[in-house]
Design a binder for this molecule. Structure first.
Ligand SMILES: [Zn+2]
Length: 208
């Protein structure tokens, strides 16, 4: 099976591939699947606020994920109030349906490992780690988001996480014993992404 992720997929197809990847990865690592997954705003209801693309909740020990798949249709470059983002499925910035879904699965893992969030626990050492290593993306505005982003990239492009943010990779593989779905190089995963995404990744790799 090809590991290449295609930015031209429709949001619906991107979500399907994201779910396949995330569910396979959770199963490989003997982690439970989320109890609920909603892939549109209608079925998610108020759980998914209007301005959000995705959400995870683990109230009453039920792990729920919702993704506004129809709203995840971003091209490779897009403008936000915080500047221009260059993104693609499997890249360091990834707002595709696939990326958003795998990010929410990252929160699911955080609260599966510890009901009060593994990332925040002293034993994890994650707080010290993120003080010493550059961020993966601009999504990392708190420790929970940092953990979710690390899991997202671990699922979607493990080689990129290993090369670009090695401290995060070490924690996930050595301390938690997590295994990647494959060992293909990051360029193989991003072979369908435009050249400017590759240039952005090269720049990001130097920023570690
Ligand atoms: Zn998040």
């Amino acid at each position: 099976m090809s590991v290449a992720l295609d930015p031209r997929w429709t949001p619906q197809r991107s979500a399907r591939v994201g779910k396949d990847l995330a569910w396979s990865w959770l199963t490989l690592n003997r982690l439970p699947l989320p109890d609920e997954l909603h892939l549109d705003r209608e079925s998610a209801g108020k759980f998914l606020r209007k301005t959000w693309l995705g959400v995870h909740s683990s109230k009453r020990r039920r792990s729920r994920i919702a993704v506004a798949v129809d709203d995840c249709d971003f091209s490779g470059r897009f403008d936000t109030p915080n500047g221009v983002f260059i993104q693609a499925p499997g890249s360091f910035e990834d707002h595709s349906a696939l990326g958003v879904l795998c990010h929410e699965v990252g929160h699911h893992v955080d609260y599966t490992l510890n009901p009060k969030a593994y990332s925040r626990s002293k034993v994890s050492g994650f707080a010290d780690l993120i003080d010493c290593e550059a961020e993966i993306s601009d999504e990392e505005y708190n420790i929970h988001e940092s953990f979710a982003e690390a899991i997202r990239l671990f699922i979607t492009n493990p080689d990129l996480l290993m090369r670009g943010r090695p401290a995060r990779w070490e924690l996930l593989t050595r301390q938690l014993g997590l295994r990647p779905l494959h060992v293909k190089g990051w360029k193989v995963v991003l072979q369908k992404a435009p050249k400017y995404v590759h240039s952005a990744v090269e720049w990001w790799l130097q920023d570690a």
